[in-house]
Write a protein that binds this ligand. Structure first.
Ligand SMILES: Nc1ncnc2c1ncn2[C@@H]1O[C@H](COP(=O)(O)OP(=O)(O)OP(=O)(O)O)[C@@H](O)[C@H]1O
Length: 779
C-alpha cells in the first residue's frame, strides 16, 4: 500500500502544503517513509502478548510514549489529550498491532479515542491518500453520534492528510428533492473519501446505489455501540453491508455493554480465538461510572408528569436529560412544558424530528447550561453533552443495558452526576430485583421518595390547555396510545416478564395527559397488541383504512377548496405554513413538517415536488400526504392507532361533522370533570399550601434559633427524601454535587417558592375558571 504515496496528485500536494502551513512552528515531521518504518519496528517490538492488558488499570500512560505518528500526537496534544484512559491504554497497543478488538468500558471512559487513534494510525502506516478510496468505516447507530465522532476525528486528525466523510442522510427537511441533493453530493465525494463515519442505513444505500464507491481497500471496520448495531433493529442492514466489505480487515467493536456472543462474532467474521477482549472495568463492583449517584422513586404513572415538572422547577440551575419511552410522549411533554414555562429552556429530541432540527437541538443543549432535554433513546447512547447534572428516566428502560447507557449521559470522564428513575409501584419488583441486579446491573440504586409538599399538580393545567388547543389534544391521545403500545411490546423474556400492564391506572394516566378519559377501547387495543402478530395485522388493516380515509378526505378537501375559492377568494381563512409558523412558535403545525421522518429510506415514500401546503388558521390540515414513518433503526413504525404525524389528522379524517360532535362531547366531559374535581382540588391545594406555610414557619423558627446559637450546618430543603421512612422530613444534608440545585430549592422555599405556591393556587383556579369560561363560550 505504501506505493500509493508515490501516486499523490497535485491536489493532494496542495492539501499537504496547506496543512504544513497550519502546523505550529518547530513542528517537524520526519519524512513519512522513515517515520512509518520506525513506527512499524516499534510496534513489532512493543506489542503486548495476546490476552494481556498492556498496563495496569490505574497506570498513568502518556500518548507520547506510544508508537504513534507525529501528526496524531500533535492532534491529541492540541486538543488537550495527554494521558490515556484505561480503555485507551488497554486497547490501543493491541489495535496498533492489527488485532480485532472487543472493547468494553463504562460510559464516558473515552472509548471513542480508543478506536479513532488506531484508525488514523493504520491508514497512515498503510500510506493512504484520498485516491486510495475508503480505508476505514465507522458505524454509529444514530446520526448525532456519527456527527460527534466525526467532530472528534476532525480535531485529532487535523495534521493528517486523509479525507473524511460523514454520511448519515436526511440533512434537510424531509423533502426528497433535498435529500436527493445530499445523496448526490455524498456520491460525488465518496470515491475520494478515506475515512467514512456513517449510520448503517445510509451506508447500505450508498453501497447499493453509488457506482464508483469502492470498498475493496478497506482496512478497518469499527462498530461503535456494537451491541446496538448487532441487535435486531440493525442486524439485517449490517449483514447486507458486510456482504460488500472484504473479509480480510481489522474489526473493532466498542460499547459500554459489549456483546460477547459467538453468533455476533461469526456475523462479523471475527475469529473468537484471536480477538482481543479488553474489558477494563469487568472486575469493578459497579457497571456504572464511579461518580454517578443513582436513585429511584416510586411514582404512580399518572403522577409522573407532576413529579417531573416539580423536579424541573426546583432544579432551575441544572442541565437535565429526561428520557421517555416514545416520540409521541416527548412531543406531548414538550408542547405542554413549553406552555407551562417551568423557568428554563425546554428542548426535545427524538427520531421523528427532522435532521436539521435534531442538529439544532443537539447544539443548543450542548451550549445551554441551564436547560432540559426531553428525549427518547435516540439520545441514550454515546452522546457526550458537556456537564449534564441529572438524568431523569420518566419511563423505565426496556432493559438494564438501556439503563446503563441512559444514566451514562451524566458523570462522564471524571465528572460527577446524578440519575433518578421514576418507577410505577407495579414496576418496582421487576426492576429492583436484587438477584438480577447483582448479576447484571450492578448499580447502587438508592430508594428515595418524593416530598409531597414540593409536588406541583400540572394535570389540571394540562386539561385546560388540551381543551383549548386541538394540537395538544391530538398529541395527548398519541402519547397515551404510544405508551400503551410500548408497554405492551416490552420483551417477554427480559426483566419485565412478570409485569402485568393491566395493573396500571390507565384512566388516570389519560387524565394526567389532559385527556377527559381513555381515548378509545383500551381492552381491545391491549388484546390486539398482546402479540406481535396482532400488531402486524392491525398495521396492515390500518394502512388500507388509511388509504381509504385519505381518498375520501382528499375529495372532501377538493370540494371545500373550490367552495372557499368561490366564496372568499384564495386567501380567505387559509394561511400558508410559514404564516402559521410565525403566529406561534410552539404550535405543532410548524413541526408537522419537521417531525416527518427524515430517514433516507423513509423519504422515498414521500411525494416530492408538491406545492407548499396550506393549512387552515384553526389548525385543520388541508392537504395530507400519506407517508410511511421509519424508526431510526430503519424499521417501519407500526401504526396501531396513529395514522400519521400531522397533529390533528385523526380529527380531520372524521370530517367536519364528526369533529364538531367530538369536540362538543369532549368539552362536555372536560366541563363535567373540572366541575366535579374543582372543590376537591382547591381543598387539596389549600392543604398543600397550608402544610407548606407551616413548614416555612417551622423552618424560619429553627433558623432564628440557629442564628441565635450562631449555628451553621449547611442543611437545605430538597424535593427528594433519603428514604421512604423519612417521608415527612423536609430537611436533609446535601451532597456537594447538587449544591446548585439546592440553593435554588432552598431560596425557592424561603421566598420565591412560597410565591410560587400562591401563584400555583391562583393558577389552578384561574385555569379552571378559564377552562370553564372557554367551555361555556364554545357551547
Ligand atoms: N485521554 C483523555 N484525556 C482527557 N479526556 C478524554 C480522554 N479520552 C476521552 N476524553 C473525554 O472523555 C469524554 C468521554 O469520552 P467518550 O465520548 O469517548 O466516552 P465513551 O466511553 O465513548 O462513552 P459512551 O459509552 O457514552 O459512548 C469526552 O468528553 C472526551 O473528550
Amino acid at each position: 500500500m505504501s506505493s500509493k504515496h508515490n501516486n499523490k496528485s497535485n491536489s493532494n500536494d496542495d492539501a499537504t502544503n496547506r496543512r504544513r502551513k497550519q502546523q505550529p512552528r518547530g513542528f517537524k515531521r520526519p519524512p513519512p517513509q522513515e517515520e512509518i518504518a520506525s513506527l512499524n519496528a516499534r510496534i513489532q517490538e512493543e506489542t503486548p502478548s495476546r490476552g494481556t492488558l498492556p498496563y495496569a488499570k490505574n497506570a498513568v500512560v502518556s500518548f507520547a510514549s506510544q508508537p504513534l505518528s507525529q501528526a496524531t500526537l500533535q492532534g491529541l496534544e492540541t486538543n488537550g489529550y495527554t494521558t490515556m484512559t484505561a480503555i485507551q491504554s488497554g486497547s490501543i497497543p493491541h489495535a496498533l498491532a492489527g488485532r480485532d478488538i472487543l472493547g468494553a468500558a463504562k460510559t464516558g471512559s473515552g472509548k471513542s479515542l480508543a478506536f479513532l487513534i488506531p484508525l488514523l494510525e493504520t491508514l497512515y502506516r498503510q500510506g493512504f491518500t484520498p485516491h486510495d478510496g475508503v480505508g476505514a468505516i465507522v458505524l454509529s447507530p444514530t446520526r448525532e453520534l456519527a456527527g460527534q465522532l466525526f467532530a472528534v476525528l476532525r480535531k485529532i486528525g487535523k495534521f493528517h492528510s486523509f479525507s473524511l466523510g460523514l454520511v448519515m442522510g436526511g440533512q434537510n427537511k424531509n423533502k426528497q428533492k433535498f435529500d436527493n441533493n445530499d445523496f448526490v453530493r455524498e456520491q460525488q465525494a465518496l470515491p475520494t473519501t478515506n475515512i467514512l463515519i456513517c449510520t448503517p442505513g445510509r451506508l447500505l444505500q450508498h453501497l447499493e446505489q453509488t457506482p464508483y464507491f469502492n470498498v475493496d481497500s478497506l482496512q478497518m471496520l469499527v462498530l461503535d455501540e456494537a451491541d446496538r448495531i448487532l441487535d435486531m433493529g440493525f442486524r439485517d442492514q449490517l449483514i447486507k453491508i458486510l456482504d460488500y466489505l472484504p473479509t480480510e480487515r481489522q474489526t473493532l467493536l466498542f460499547s459500554a455493554t459489549q456483546t460477547k456472543s459467538v453468533k455476533d462474532l461469526a456475523t462479523l467474521s471475527i475469529n473468537r480465538n484471536t480477538v482481543e477482549y479488553v474489558g477494563v472495568h469487568d472486575q469493578d463492583a459497579e457497571t456504572t461510572p464511579d461518580k454517578l449517584k443513582q436513585s429511584y422513586v416510586l411514582v404512580p404513572l399518572p403522577h409522573k408528569l407532576n413529579c417531573l415538572y416539580s423536579f424541573l422547577k426546583s432544579h432551575l440551575k441544572c442541565k437535565t436529560m429526561v428520557f421517555f419511552a416514545t416520540c409521541s410522549q416527548v412531543r406531548h411533554a414538550w408542547e405542554l412544558f413549553c406552555r407551562l414555562r417551568p423557568g428554563l429552556s425546554v428542548l426535545a429530541i427524538h427520531g421523528k424530528l427532522s435532521q436539521t432540527k435534531r442538529l439544532q437541538v443537539y447544539d443548543k443543549f450542548t451550549t445551554t447550561p441551564h436547560s432540559v432535554l426531553l428525549c427518547t433513546d435516540v439520545a441514550s447512547r454515546g452522546l457526550d453533552f458537556p456537564a449534564v447534572d441529572w438524568v431523569i428516566q420518566v419511563d423505565a428502560p426496556e432493559d438494564y443495558d438501556m439503563y446503563v447507557h441512559r444514566v451514562g449521559r451524566t458523570a462522564r470522564f471524571q465528572q460527577s452526576g446524578q440519575a433518578l428513575l421514576l418507577l410505577d409501584p407495579n414496576e418496582e419488583a421487576s426492576f429492583v430485583n436484587q438477584e438480577q441486579q447483582e448479576r447484571k446491573l450492578k448499580a447502587p440504586l438508592q430508594k428515595k421518595s418524593i416530598n409531597p409538599t414540593k409536588t406541583m399538580l400540572v394535570s389540571q393545567r394540562a386539561a385546560a390547555l388540551v381543551a383549548e388547543h386541538a394540537t395538544l389534544y391530538a398529541l395527548a391521545k398519541k402519547a397515551f396510545w404510544s405508551y400503551v403500545r410500548s408497554m405492551s411490546l416490552l420483551p417477554k423474556d427480559g426483566i419485565w416478564s412478570d409485569l402485568n400492564i393491566r395493573n396500571f391506572s390507565w384512566e388516570e394516566y389519560a387524565l394526567s395527559l389532559g385527556l377527559p378519559e381513555i381515548p378509545g377501547d383500551l381492552e381491545q387495543v391491549l388484546q390486539k397488541v398482546s402479540s406481535r402478530e396482532g400488531l402486524r395485522e392491525t398495521k396492515n388493516v390500518n394502512r388500507k383504512l388509511q388509504k381509504l380515509k385519505e381518498q375520501i378526505r382528499l375529495e372532501k378537501e377538493a370540494k371545500k377548496k373550490n367552495k372557499r375559492k368561490r366564496e372568499a377568494g384564495e386567501d380567505g381563512d387559509v394561511k400558508s405554513v410559514a404564516e402559521v409558523e410565525e403566529d406561534d412558535d410552539l404550535l405543532v403545525l410548524k413541526s408537522r413538517h419537521e417531525f416527518v421522518d427524515d430517514d433516507p429510506l423513509a423519504s422515498t415514500a414521500v411525494t416530492s415536488g408538491r406545492k407548499p401546503k396550506k393549512i387552515r388558521i384553526d389548525g385543520r390540515n388541508s392537504a395530507i400526504n400519506q407517508h410511511v414513518v421509519f424508526e431510526d433503526d430503519g424499521t417501519e413504525q407500526p401504526r396501531l392507532l396513529e395514522t400519521r404525524e400531522t397533529d390533528i389528522d385523526e380529527i380531520v379524517a372524521q370530517g367536519e361533522e364528526a369533529l364538531r360532535g367530538a369536540s362538543e362531547t369532549y368539552l362536555q366531559k372536560v366541563r363535567q370533570r373540572l366541575e366535579s374535581t374543582k372543590d376537591l382540588d382547591k381543598q387539596e391545594e389549600r392543604e398543600r399550601i397550608r402544610a407548606k406555610h407551616k413548614k416555612k414557619r417551622l423552618q424560619e423558627k429553627s433558623e432564628r434559633a440557629k442564628d441565635k446559637n450562631g449555628e451553621e450546618d449547611g442543611r437545605v430543603s430538597v424535593a427528594l427524601l433519603q428514604s421512604p421512612e423519612e417521608e415527612n422530613t423536609v430537611e436533609q444534608k446535601e451532597d456537594s454535587s447538587s449544591d446548585d440545585d439546592n440553593s435554588i430549592a432552598s431560596s425557592d422555599s424561603s421566598s420565591s417558592d412560597s410565591d410560587n405556591s400562591d401563584g400555583d393556587i391562583m393558577d389552578v383556579m384561574q385555569q379552571e375558571d378559564l377552562a370553564l369560561l372557554l367551555i361555556r363560550s364554545k357551547s
